[in-house]
Ligand binder design. Structure first.
Ligand code: PEP
Length: 246
């Protein structure tokens, strides 16, 4: 049985004041959520958010990590630093990082491995661009991205989360239909089944313009185990409504 999971990705948004206000509202309403809830925040706010979440059921996550453990890597943040702030989750391979920083499948897999070594759960993002979808490459692209972490899935199955995020649906207001999303999730699930029985139990989140009015139907699909939520995680009422839709 896979417990549904809703993770917020604040991206590069926030301030000390707005974070405190947003989390006060989220924490006031999250008690009734049946799903697991996490929030992935920008690095400078990890300490603030760790303190605000201290006595709550909401887990803390980061939006990326370095592939290096330490050393001369200016601007990088290691998994041990994330651990110092109580991060349970770290997003790796978000399409914005793949596009803006040319992150390869191999690098993303290495980051996921660092996270696992540190006892954290990587949320491994996969997803096709619009051009790839229109060329009929969706299946090939998401399987290529998933294959890069298959050796980790074989060894550390239960601590990996996969997020299917079609690039054309992220921040665009254009959501995959429940059928389009389920079709890809089924492809991913099928691959996980070939890895191991335990891997078949890995949670696969959908991400891409999830809103309160489309969350329930997306989450009701057989292979969708919750969502990775960008824009809507910045509005407490929307984020809570999405968590309540699991
Ligand atoms: C994301 O950033 O992972 C995301 C899914 O964004 P949005 O919900 O805004 O499309």
């Amino acid at each position: 049985m896979r417990q549904q999971f809703v993770a917020g990705n604040w991206k590069m948004h926030g301030s000390l004041a707005s974070n405190a206000a947003l989390l006060a509202e989220v924490l006031a309403g999250v008690g009734t959520a049946r799903c697991e809830v996490a929030i992935c925040v920008p690095y400078p706010y990890l300490s603030q958010v760790q303190q605000l979440l201290q006595t709550s059921q909401v887990a803390l996550g980061a939006q990326d990590c370095s592939v290096h453990q330490s050393g001369a890597h200016t601007g990088e943040v290691s998994v041990s630093m994330l651990q110092d702030f109580g991060c349970r989750y770290v997003i790796v391979g978000h399409s914005e990082r793949r596009a803006d920083h040319h992150e390869s499948d191999v690098l993303v897999a290495a980051k996921a491995e660092r996270a696992l070594e540190a006892g954290m759960t990587p949320i491994v993002c996969v997803g096709e661009t619009l051009a790839e979808r229109e060329s009929g490459l969706t299946r090939a692209v998401v399987l290529r991205q998933l294959l890069a972490v298959t050796h980790l899935l074989r060894e550390q199955t239960s601590r990996i989360v996969v997020a299917y995020e079609p690039v054309w649906a992220i921040g665009t207001g254009r959501t995959a239909t429940p059928e389009q999303a389920q079709e890809v999730h089924a492809v991913l699930r099928e691959h996980l089944r070939t890895v191991s029985e335990a891997a078949a139990g890995v949670r696969i989140l959908y991400g891409g313009s999830v809103k309160p009015d489309n969350a329930a139907v997306l989450f009701s699909q057989a292979d969708i185990d919750g969502g990775l939520i960008g824009g809507a995680s910045l509005k407490a009422a929307d984020f809570l409504a999405i968590a309540a839709a699991t």
